[in-house]
Structures are given as C-alpha cells and as structure tokens.
Design a protein around this ligand. Structure first.
Ligand code: FDA
Length: 404
C-alpha cells in the first residue's frame, strides 16, 4: 500500500497536520498506538482545552535554538486557529492573560480535528504500532516515489514522506512514548536532554514539614529563578501541596529551573511590606498576627510567625525593628531549593527533544533524512503555560503540511 504521507501520532500536531495535508490532495495515513485519539487534548485545560493564546511570540517558548520557532509561529498564528474554531461553531472564552478555553468541553477540539481529517480523506489506523521504519534507495525519479517503508501491526506500507508527531514523555499512562526520540537518534539527530516541565516542584521531607500544613492554600506571588539574562520571573498564583509547591506560578518557573538552583518567591508582590509594617508599628495598636493576617491568608501569616519565633499576640508598637525587617525579608524574598519535581507523571510538557539545529524551520524537515519531518512536542520547542504548547502543535503541523 502506498501513501503520499504517513503520520505517526494522532495527537494535536498529528491530527492537525493530517487534515491540512489531506485537504491539499495528499493521500494520508495517520497511525497511533493508542485506542483513542488525542488523549492529551481530552485532559487538557481541566477538560476545557486551553487551545491557544491571543498573544503568542517566540518569547513564550524555551529551546536551545530560540529563533527556530519564529517562522512557523508567524505563518500560522493563534488568529488562524481561532478562525478555524469559529468556523466549526465552537464557543470559547478568555480566562486569563489571553488564554482561550472551550466553553463546553475539550472534546469539541478533538471532533473538529477529526472533521478536518475526514474532509481531507485521511485514513486512520488505531491502535497500530510501527515496528520498523526504513528508508528506501531511490528507485524512481517520480516526485511521489516511496522513500520509506514501514512495517506496522496492520501490515506493510510505503510512503513518500513520514511525519513524526509522537509528542513528549509526560503522562506515560495515556500513551506517551520515546519512540520519536529514538527514531531521531537512529537517523543521527542530536537530542536536547528531555526533562519534565510545567511540573509541580518538591522539597526535602524534613525541610518541608513546617509548610505541609499549608497544603491547599493558594495566593498570588512573584516567583523567579536564575540570574542576569537567564533570569525568569512570573506573577501568578502559587499553591502549597503536601510535598511542595504547585499552581501556575510554579509550573511556569519549573520549565526554567535546573537541579540545585534556588527559587525566590515574593509572597506579597503587590506591596512593599517593610514600610507597611513600620507604619503599622507607629500607628496601629493591633497585634502582629492580626496585622499580618490583613495582608496574607491567616494560615500563612501564622506559619511564618512560628517559623521566625515571633509572638502573634505582640502589639505592633512593641515589635522590634529588626524582627519586622526579618519578617518582611522572609515574606518578600523567600529563597528555597527544590529537591526535584513530580516528574513525568505530573508534568504537562517535555522540555528538550529533537535538536532543532538539524531541522528546517520553514517546514520541520530533517536536514539528515529528506522526507522525514518532526512536529509538535517531540521537537525541542517548549511553550509556557497558557495555550502556547497547543499553538506550537498547530503551527509546526501547518508549516509541515503546507510544504508537502
Ligand atoms: P500529543 O501528546 O498530543 O500526541 C502524541 C500522540 O502520539 C499520542 O496520541 C500518542 O498516543 C501517540 N504516540 C506516542 N508514541 C507512539 C508510538 N510509539 N506509536 C504510535 N503512536 C504514538 N497545552 C496547551 O497548550 N494547553 C493546555 O490546556 C494544556 N493542558 C495540558 C494538560 C495536561 C494534563 C497535559 C499532560 C498537557 C497539557 N498541555 C496543554 C500540553 C499539550 O497537551 C501538548 O503539548 C500537546 O498535546 C502536544 O501535541 P503533540 O501532538 O506533539 O503530542
């Protein structure tokens, strides 16, 4: 059996690429080893899929080769995807910082992508695994001649082009594999070390004991890590957990964090705490605990006073200046070193992947193997939290499909 294009991985990027290429008149086969398509779309955005962001640019992505994503993002923008969502009559809303979610369910995005595939006459084999993929020596000069032979659990196929869209390593229980990375390596591609990103961070059990009672508490913070040009900073909500920290602020910073590095957390980013406490000392007769609880959640205020050995009942005028200084410093420049992350089980995305220096940024084609393409999360382009990873899936898929 011969196809113009075989796509491996029927997730966000693979489905979108298949529909686009099929509608351009190509004979497309889409293969996935899972029973169901696009499980990650299904569970994304709390079941409502944060399918893109109104404001997308290369600055919202991490990569060892930061300029690589520029061309694909510019040529298939979030406006293009929004227009497609509107064409399919899917209602959506903006939640926060340009993040767009379905009003109803993420299944609507999956159904939309399946309709696009049907409109392109895409053939889909699921569940189906690729056991072997070989390049063929050029037997014919025809532009559509087969360059690849694939042995699958549903038989042998030949294809002019092959797209690898097998995604990243997070959440192995719903079908994530390293197949795409291993294939890239086999063809001589360098791999930027994969590691969990957009992931909760954990702390040494003993060091975390004073904070574990705060599990469930959430508040807006500024979190940063790194220094100078590589310093990253986010203003988002932080969530205390039994084992460490989570919430959008921590997920964002986790993509930039490396083992051994400290995080700096400002628990009151809207305030300059020391002048506030100093003026309360002069003008207020309240107790320290009550004063602090007017600025922070009660549980957090109590935990910090206990940590620093400060009496919650002490009237403000009797507080020592150096204690107030220390308190303000600890709350606005809390420095702590995670001992790790919750790993692939809890990560939303993979940092690293197929090194982009050996891919063509115009169409995602391998510079080593003509006709072999890598799109989506398997590539070393990782978006921030907020719909950026799906936008990369759509944009890299479109760049590839348009060139075929
Ligand atoms: P994707 O993972 O979507 O698809 C890969 C496909 O390849 C899967 O169908 C898999 O079964 C298949 N496959 C893997 N190995 C294979 C093999 N050996 N043979 C055949 N098939 C194989 N992003 C965002 O922008 N907004 C959001 O709201 C969220 N929310 C979110 C929540 C959670 C819990 C997670 C885990 C992730 C997110 N993401 C997200 C990230 C987003 O889901 C992710 O970046 C995209 O799905 C990546 O699209 P891909 O098509 O590259 O991989």
């Amino acid at each position: 059996m011969h196809f113009d294009l075989v796509i491996i991985g029927a997730g966000a990027a693979g489905l979108f690429c298949a529909g686009q290429a099929g509608q351009r008149g190509l004979k497309v086969l889409l293969i996935d080893h899972a029973e169901r398509v696009a499980e990650k779309i299904r569970i994304s955005g709390g079941g409502r899929c944060n399918f893109t962001n109104r404001d997308v640019g290369p600055a919202n992505f991490l990569s060892d080769n930061p300029a690589f994503c520029r061309s694909a993002l510019a040529r298939y923008s979030s406006q293009d995807f929004i227009a497609l969502v509107q064409k399919h009559g899917i209602a959506f809303h903006e939640k926060h910082k340009g993040q767009l979610f379905c009003d109803d369910s993420s299944d609507q995005i999956i159904q939309m992508l399946l309709k696009e595939c049907a409109a392109g006459g895409v053939e889909r084999w699921q569940p189906c695994s690729v056991q072997e993929l070989q390049t063929l020596s050029a037997e014919s000069t025809e532009a559509s001649a087969a360059r690849f032979e694939l042995h699958t659990t549903r038989g042998q196929v030949r294809a002019h082009s092959v797209v690898v869209a097998t995604g990243g390593l997070p959440v192995p229980k719903i079908g994530a594999t390293d197949w795409g990375l291993r294939l890239a390596k086999r063809f001589g591609h360098a791999i930027v070390e994969p590691r969990p990103a957009l992931v909760p961070l954990t702390f040494d059990e003993q060091a975390w004991a004073p904070f574990s009672a705060l599990a469930g508490l959430s508040l807006p913070v500024a979190v940063s890590t790194g220094q100078g040009k590589v310093k990253a900073r986010f203003l988002e909500d932080l969530l205390f957990t039994h084992r460490g920290l989570s919430g959008p602020a921590i997920l964002q910073i986790s993509s930039f964090w490396t083992e051994g590095q400290a995080l700096q957390i400002d628990l009151a980013p809207e305030h300059k705490l020391l002048p506030l406490l100093q003026s309360a000392k002069r003008e207020s007769k309240r107790q320290l605990g009550n004063e602090l609880a007017s600025l922070f959640p009660q549980r957090l205020a109590q935990a910090w006073l206990e940590r620093l050995g400060l009496a919650s009942q002490r009237p403000m005028p009797e507080c020592k200046d150096k204690d107030l200084q220390n308190l303000a410093q600890q709350l606005q420049a809390w420095s702590l070193i995670p001992n790790g992350s919750e790993g692939w089980r809890k990560a939303e995305v993979m940092r690293g992947g197929v090194d982009t220096r050996e891919l063509n940024s115009q169409n995602m084609e391998s510079k080593r193997v003509p006709g072999l393409y890598f799109i989506g999360e398997v590539v070393d382009v990782t978006g921030w939290l907020g719909g950026y990873n799906f936008q990369w899936a759509w944009a890299s898929a479109a760049a590839c499909a348009r060139s075929l």
